[in-house]
Design a protein around this ligand. Sequence first.
Ligand code: GDP
Length: 297
Amino acid sequence: MIGSLKQKISKTRSAFTERFTELLHSDKNREEILEDLAETLILADVGVTTTEKIIDSIRENSRKTDPFPTIKKHLEEALLALLSQFPSNFRLDSSRAVVMFVGVNGGGKTTSLAKLAHHLKRQGKDVMLVAADTFRAAAQEQLQLWGEKLNMPVIRGQYGADPASVVYDALQSFQSRGFQALLVDTAGRIHTNINLMNELEKIKRVISREIDGAPQEILLVLDSSIGQNALVQANEYLKFSGITGIFLTKLDGTAKGGSVLSIVDELQLPIKFVGVGEGEEDMLRFSSQEFVTALLS
Ligand code: GDP
């Protein structure tokens, strides 16, 4: 797993390794090294606030005379501490588990939902999908295609139908057919004057009314390739209650993988999964240790 993550984040990684090689062969003092590290972090889209936190923590824990390899160890510890603040565990123990996917259009919501569906099916669960984005015909069709490919039922509503009522219908079918996991795709944008966050709250209320303890997870899907802009988008979604974690997409091929750090630090939410490609297998469980090792080693 580390091997593949390392390969997937190679663009973000190479900026770090190049800088490390330079520093290893230089005679810079701690302050100069920290300046270089701060620049590398910012170029990898870590964000200014989070970068400052990381640099301060290294300064606090190291000595002025420490050589680069020791400082690099402190960097590793600082990144790990930052990423491990929130547990990224994901277990759908319940026999009736519901997972909601929220996020702006184009971020990778439907694809990520399909990846998780595939993963759960491979664990032996009967999975049902519901297209609650009734405002975009293309979104419904896309989910339908995934359902056919992965061989699982997809519940859809009429174009423009109330999303919460489509979810209600799906819940009835889900329970009566005895399925174990229901994954809910939601709209990223609504073309009427209905407030999207209110709409999401309504869907969530319908789910928790029908099934005790559900939705067990609400995943906010964020696109890592837009770096710091993902944070701007995410802030809007923090108005919606109950997000349990982040599904960070498109980590393959981006040089902005440092956004992982500011996302956890600024949103105060764990990253639970990362998307590393367009296929159903291209998903990894997020592990702080693996990420830090892949980034720095
Ligand atoms: P939605 O509008 O949020 O539902 O986004 P989609 O699921 O339609 O994804 C938008 C585009 O991003 C599609 O072309 C997907 O194939 C692509 N995509 C989604 N996740 C990933 C990923 O992890 N890596 C890459 N490279 N592309 C992805």
